[in-house]
Design a protein around this ligand. Structure first.
Ligand code: NI
Length: 170
């Protein structure tokens, strides 16, 4: 396994719509393992393939708290097949938007269909943090960041700060 460099906004590769995974094979499984290792090292609770420059529809999650046993989830070609009418607001962050957080409103619960790392079909009914996290990571597959859910004023302020921070480290 290896850790991969994580792209930081406003990188144009984060705005691409990712392509479906056509075959769940060793290459895909090895990439999912590298994504998990990258996420744990960051540390973060979710990471989507476009964040490591891979424009394919897959993501990894682990909502276990520090000190708890790991509970990795590998999600390929996910689709939301149902969303609740009720919304919920969570304070979100993103490994591609380091050190910035914002409250984002999304459906409180979703049902998501996906393939696991063996290529088997799975369905999860998610609420709470899992629901938020799945929706956030699935947004990445369509080139959407949590910043796209907040006011343009706040978004542009954060993007300016990220651009400035990058210039100072180049
Ligand atoms: Ni993110």
């Amino acid at each position: 396994m290896a850790t991969l460099p994580i792209l930081v906004a406003p990188d144009p590769r984060l705005k691409l719509k990712a392509k479906p995974v056509e075959q769940v094979d060793e290459t895909i499984r090895s990439l999912l393992d590298d994504m998990l290792e990258t996420m744990y090292a960051a540390p973060g609770i979710g990471l989507a393939a476009p964040q490591v420059g891979v424009s394919q529809r897959m993501l990894v999650l682990d909502l276990a708290r520090e000190g708890e046993p790991r509970t990795p989830m590998k999600v390929i070609n996910p689709e939301i097949v149902w969303a609740s009418d009720e919304d919920a607001e969570h304070n979100e962050g993103c490994l591609s938007v380091p050190e910035h957080y914002a409250d984002v409103v999304r459906p409180a619960e979703v049902k998501v269909r996906y393939l696991d790392e063996t290529g088997a079909r799975q369905e999860v009914h998610a609420s709470g943090l899992l629901s938020t996290c799945l929706q956030h990571e699935m947004d990445h597959l369509d080139g959407i960041l949590f910043l796209d859910h907040i006011s343009a004023l706040r978004r542009n302020m954060i993007l300016r700060k990220l651009t400035k921070a990058r210039r100072s480290t180049d």
